[in-house]
Design a protein around this ligand. Structure first.
Ligand code: BG6
Length: 506
């Protein structure tokens, strides 16, 4: 459905990786589906010195590399909408030049002042670019709307996030600012809301009376690749937990919103964040585990450890794995532990939410230990998107032995239903002015506040261990100690790569 108004989309950091891998391919997908407005111009801006044509040809290459293309002539049509201007980000005069370029494109294509500014730059520029844009009045909405899209991380910790918030609000209104968290753009993350609030069978069970614990995993098989420089100042906690994983917690734990209004939904997520039980400084070592991958052999090939990666300090203590146990102190979740973990160089790429239901009150049948956790609802966010319900069934034959079986739905079973990429969905929402799937300042600040004791302890307390784990394994074994019931462990949807290959369930 195309209900977007004509506008100019400016991407700062246009020569970067995100632009080429995600943003431009997503805009191209919108173009192919006729979801861009009739008049649309993409203006790339970054330090590199390209002509419009050079930029077009780089983006053409990227689209062909990162998208399945049926018809290259459509790519040629799309890249005609692309323009480029080089900019030195902290130079005042450069913004006047940018403003002039925008004005001339508006005139050439007969577009009013509607403009989106996407900051796909190093986070250190998130405070600078919006200020400079305001200095040349590119924040003013008298001739059309102006929107500012900011990539994560929003701030480096609570203090810097507050400073950034205040700086932005000097020149921009809250409703002009879209803090992107691409997890919220994932179809399957949004489906958490639908699974919970459109099915009468789940909702009555979705609370402390029936749920034993909740487990959320986001595992990646890749290492930091070429992003060592960025990752060194981030680590798993800031890169994944503060934003993506806590947003998934929010959607899993929130109350039903009164409507699908963005404010109603985001209010409920915020309430979850406000109910997170603060972690005491002295408890950090008991509820948070950090790890760093070590060199090992994966499928016969030696892969480097984190400290050997490009841009990483040889004695780096940055965590590439983080696991946390916490509670949400409210009526629904009182006493239910939440376990979340994320890591790079784990055996596979998988993101999933696992709802572990309480066991039956009395074991009538001979059940093995595994069946203590018989009933699980696994919401697979990626890959192999789908939902799996695990339950006990009588093993055929004499006696009453119970075995665990699966009832599974795979998105791939829906024929002709393509899952749009997260960026496709979110970029389109920014064009429509729909902020439902973007993080509000208060949410971001609550998330930082919650993690502050862990951040500080990991930074200052030399006695808190940083565990090494061989690349291709499920992270430090000590993370199993977080799980309260010692008969249970994390769910391991795939074997370690050190075993004979990878076996994935679902
Ligand atoms: C990004 C992180 O936000 O999310 C990356 O900066 C991480 O380090 C990526 O690899 C994971 O996203 P996805 O969609 O592949 O799960």
């Amino acid at each position: 459905m195309n209900n977007t108004e004509n506008h100019i989309y400016v991407i700062f950091g246009a020569s970067g990786d995100l632009t080429k891998r995600k943003l431009v391919p997503a805009l191209y997908a919108l173009f192919v589906q006729k979801m861009l407005p009739e008049k649309f111009v993409l203006l790339g801006a970054s330090r590199s010195d390209f002509s419009d044509d050079e930029f077009r040809s780089r983006m053409r290459e990227a689209i062909i590399k990162f998208k399945e293309i049926d018809d290259e002539s459509q790519v040629d049509q799309f890249v005609k909408k692309l323009f480029y201007t080089s900019i030195s980000f902290d130079d005042e005069a450069a913004y006047q030049k940018l403003s002039d370029r925008i004005k001339s494109l508006r005139k050439e294509f007969n577009i009013n002042g509607n403009t989106i500014f996407y900051l796909s730059t190093p986070p250190s520029l998130y405070g600078i670019i919006p200020q400079k844009l305001a200095a040349v009045e590119l924040n003013k909405q008298n001739d059309g709307w102006k929107r500012l899209i900011i990539e994560k991380p929003f701030g480096y910790d609570l203090e810097s996030a507050i400073q950034l918030k205040e700086l932005l609000l000097k020149d921009w209104k809250e409703e002009q600012i879209y803090r992107i968290d691409h997890y919220l753009g994932k179809e399957t993350v949004q489906n958490l809301l639908v699974t919970r609030f459109s099915n009468g069978i789940f909702e009555p069970l979705w609370n402390r009376n029936y749920i034993n614990h909740v487990e959320i995993t986001s595992a990646e098989s890749i290492g930091v690749e070429k992003r060592g420089g960025y990752y060194e100042s981030s680590g798993a906690l800031r890169d994944m937990v503060q934003n993506h994983l806590l947003q998934v917690v929010g959607l899993t734990a929130m109350e039903s919103p009164s409507s699908l209004d963005p404010i109603a939904i985001r209010n409920e997520i915020l309430k979850v964040f406000q109910s997170l039980r603060p972690i005491k400084k002295e408890d950090v070592k008991n509820v948070a585990i950090r790890g760093q991958y070590l060199s090992s052999k994966i499928k016969g090939e030696q892969v480097p450890g984190y400290r050997e990666e490009e841009g990483v300090k040889p004695k780096s203590v940055t965590e590439t794995y983080a696991a946390l146990k916490f509670y949400i102190d409210n009526w629904r979740w009182g006493g239910v532990p939440f376990y979340i973990r994320t890591g790079k160089r784990l055996p596979t790429r998988v993101t999933e939410v696992v709802i572990h239901f309480k066991p039956t009150p009395h074991f009538l049948f001979s059940q093995n230990d595994v069946c203590q956790s018989c009933n699980q609802l696994v919401i697979r966010i990626q890959p192999d998107e789908g939902i799996l319900l695990k339950f006990g069934m009588k093993t055929p034959g004499s006696g009453f032995d119970v075995q665990n079986v699966n009832m599974a739905f795979h998105y791939s079973d829906l024929s002709n239903q393509r899952i749009p990429s997260a960026y496709e969905r979110l970029l389109h929402d920014t064009m429509k002015g729909d902020s439902t799937l973007f993080a509000r300042t208060e949410e971001v600040l609550e998330a930082w506040k919650f993690l502050t004791p862990v951040i500080e302890c990991w930074k200052n307390d030399k006695d808190v261990p940083l565990f090494g784990y061989p690349a291709g394994t499920w992270g430090p074994e000590n993370a199993d100690d977080l799980i309260e019931n010692k008969k249970m462990t994390w769910r391991y949807p795939c074997k370690n790569l050190a075993d004979d290959g990878v076996y994935c369930e679902l």
